[in-house]
Design a binder for this molecule. Structure first.
Ligand code: GNR
Ligand code: NI
Length: 170
């Protein structure tokens, strides 16, 4: 298993639209294993392939307290999203150190393949629903800061660019 490098906002590759997975094979299962290793190593609750510069529709997640309920979403499709919205504090492994409120549907129903190519229907609410919506956005090239005001987004951009220059010098 490998820990993969995570792209950092404002890296333009984060805005790539991922392609559907044509076949759930060993290559995809290896990617899934490496994504879980990367997500758990970074203490994230989810990770989209886009964040590790692989532009295919693959998401891994685990929103459990005990970090023992992993799930995989391959080619996820939104079947239903509640009209009712909730405001939640979000963070992102690709936007380190930044947290802000985002409005999302309280509940969602999605269809996806698991790591064996089996079709699954997943109904989620609360934090799990937020996480799934956040990850599905990544596959469309969307990062949560795009829901914030242009002023906030520009401040975040400047801060992260500075931070990354510091890291590069160190
Ligand atoms: O680890 C993560 N925490 C989180 C908190 C609130 C809303 C969404 C998330 S997802 C994030 C991991 C990540 O960046 N996934 O793309
Ligand atoms: Ni994210």
């Amino acid at each position: 298993m490998a820990i993969l490098p995570i792209l950092c906002y404002p890296d333009p590759r984060l805005h790539t639209v991922a392609k559907p997975v044509a076949q759930v094979d060993e290559r995809i299962r290896t990617l899934v294993q490496n994504m879980f290793a990367t997500m758990y190593d970074a203490n994230g609750v989810g990770l989209a392939a886009t964040q590790v510069d692989v532009h295919e529709r693959v998401v891994v997640a685990d929103v459990s307290e005990e970090r023992n309920q992993p799930f995989v979403l391959i080619n996820p499709e939104l079947l239903w999203a509640s009209e009712e919205k909730q405001l939640g504090e979000e963070g992102c492994l690709s936007v380190p150190g930044i947290y802000d409120g985002v409005e999302r549907s309280v509940a969602v129903k999605i269809k996806a393949l698991d790591e064996n190519g089996q079709e699954r229907i997943i109904e989620a609410e609360g934090f799990k629903a937020i996480c799934i919506q956040h990850e599905m956005d990544h596959l469309l090239g969307k990062v949560f800061v795009e829901y914030l005001s242009p002023l906030k987004r520009n401040r975040i951009k400047t801060k992260l660019v500075k931070q990354q220059k510091q890291v590069a010098k160190a």
